[in-house]
Design a protein around this ligand. Structure first.
Ligand SMILES: [Zn+2]
Length: 74
């Protein structure tokens, strides 16, 4: 599949970092499996991955943590 942003390259399997922000709450999740554009860096995650990311974010919110950096696998 060609990149939807730059249309200059095809997506390849890789990893990306996904930031979340909700009010004062900030989270960065690293090593998220994604399709990544080698030209512009645009990344797409599939639905299962997005769902898991949300559950990571909700767990951290429920712990009362407002700023954190996590690894996707943990
Ligand atoms: Zn691109």
């Amino acid at each position: 599949m060609n990149c939807i942003i730059c249309r200059q390259a095809e997506f390849v399997d890789g990893f990306t970092s996904i930031p979340f922000e909700r009010g004062e709450y900030k989270l960065m999740v690293n090593h998220v499996p994604a399709l990544v554009c080698p030209n512009c860096g645009e990344a797409i995650v599939d639905e299962d991955v997005a769902t898991h990311l949300l559950s990571i974010a909700e767990n951290i919110i429920s712990e009362g943590i407002f700023e954190d950096i996590r690894d996707y696998s943990k």
